[in-house]
Design a protein around this ligand. Structure first.
Ligand code: E4P
Length: 218
């Protein structure tokens, strides 16, 4: 399973790159706004900066909601850098745009997916990635990881090549559940990735090793 970082924060992307476990980045308009990136030009420069930091796919989301606007914006985003994946919402217009880009070999990430039916349409249109939102489903007492597992099952049964990119990951246990569900990618906050490292026996074991070494070596 690949790890993408779900952020537009350059410091966090650098930190994850230095850990050596980062395979890509996903952004969305809310994450860009959180970093206070204003205006089309600044956004585009920021996407290029992200691409220059990370080796791997970088999802950049369109703002337009109509087909022509999505095609225009997505084409410009894709031209920014070979690592850019055009992120499109799972709406009727978005699915049409996924198909348009698939026919032109432009990679897409179909986002805001909350049902297996939406994931089916994204795959049939030729999306490179589909993004089921785990945490937001959990928030309304639905089973986010269950949806990831369901989509993986359907894609494998029917041979769809669209990769399942589990999004809206909120904590470390979600990452482990994504592994069990067979997700191709999990896009996570840095804190959830770092949480994988934590174990009290690692901490106490290391403290003991260092204490024993110091006792004999002074
Ligand atoms: C990913 O591509 C999504 O934009 C993101 O994971 C949404 O996460 P949130 O539900 O924590 O905002």
């Amino acid at each position: 399973m690949k790890f993408f970082l779900d952020t537009a924060n350059l410091a966090q992307i650098r930190e994850a790159c230095e850990m050596g476990v980062l395979d890509g980045v996903t952004t969305n308009p809310s994450l860009m706004a959180k970093e206070n990136i204003r205006g089309e030009e600044a956004c585009r420069r920021h996407y290029v900066e992200i691409c220059n930091l990370v080796k791997g796919d970088v999802s950049a989301e369109v703002i337009a909601t109509d087909f022509d606007g999505m095609v225009r914006e997505g084409t410009e985003l894709a031209a920014l850098h070979p690592q850019i994946v055009v992120k499109l919402p799972c709406t009727a217009e978005g699915i049409r745009a996924v198909k348009y880009f698939a026919q032109r070999s432009v990679r897409t990430n179909c986002t805001l997916v909350f049902s297996v039916g939406q994931a089916l349409l994204a795959a049939k249109a030729g999306a490179t990635y589909v993004s089921p939102f785990v945490g937001r489903l959990d928030d309304i007492s639905e089973d986010g990881i269950g949806l990831v597992a369901h989509i993986v099952r359907v894609y494998r049964t029917y041979g769809f090549r669209t990769q399942v990119l589990a999004a809206s990951i909120r904590h470390t246990h979600h990452i482990i559940q994504c592994l069990d569900a067979g997700a191709d990618v999990a896009t996570c906050p840095l804190s959830a990735i770092k949480g994988l490292l934590k174990h009290p026996l690692t901490d106490s074991g290391l403290a003991q090793f260092l204490a024993d070494h110091a006792r004999v070596n002074g």
